[in-house]
Design a protein around this ligand. Sequence first.
Ligand SMILES: Nc1ncnc2c1ncn2[C@@H]1O[C@H](COP(=O)(O)OP(=O)(O)O)[C@@H](O)[C@H]1O
Ligand SMILES: [Mg+2]
Length: 245
Amino acid sequence: MAGEPNAAGGEPLIALRGVSRHYEIGGGTVKALDQVDLEVRPGEFVVILGASGSGKTTLLNVIGALDLPTAGTIRIGGRDVTGATRRELFALRRHEIGFIFQSFNLFPGLTALENVEFGADVAGRADARDAAGEVLAQVGLGERGDHFPHELSGGEQQRVAIARALAAGNPIVLADEPTGELDFETGVQILELLHGVTHTSGTAVLVVTHNREIARVADRVVELSSGTVVSDRANEPAALADLRW
Ligand SMILES: Nc1ncnc2c1ncn2[C@@H]1O[C@H](COP(=O)(O)OP(=O)(O)O)[C@@H](O)[C@H]1O
Ligand SMILES: [Mg+2]
């Protein structure tokens, strides 16, 4: 990040060049990621598809500055993050990224509204409470703000988690198997919501899944196998009603 200007016009929001994440274990090397090139632009809805162990979570973690690659460069918003200090990485996570997890990871002692407000607050938004109310309404839970997570269904909890990520107002949302714990119909609604976000706010959304059926809703599918990108193609999104898993 060191003193570089902010995103120049036309530059991708996310740019990975030759990114590897190797682990040295017991005399051998595990190549969780190996020589990955990837560019993502604002407003893209990208599904990262791959079997268990193919490197999906590792990829999201290095994009989200939760982990650093062992080789290659990563630029987020035009800034090189691979040489950044821990402090700079912290700022990057606050201001560029929103995270959504398979198991929701809501704060159990906070209401839905407070969970979302937390997301806005961490990103430094002065209007955190108002922003939280707006985003919660946007995900269809405007009336449930005073409910605690345990009073909500799985699908509703994931909506709150999405609202918490969106309330930060950050340009990138990273979702690791966000429908993994949801039934089919609820999963479809969650994907619909995430897809809509890219159109309404220009946010880039990256959804990781092992589920080929989920990949059919994407504008673009990046397939991972053994830590490498084996295909990267545009996709005509399937009607959500046509999906089955
Ligand atoms: N901390 C670690 N130490 C050693 N190997 C790891 C570590 N984290 C992940 N791996 C290995 O890297 C590969 C990719 O893991 P991961 O990114 O979690 O895959 P996925 O999310 O696609 O299931 C797997 O072989 C996994 O065992
Ligand atoms: Mg994973």
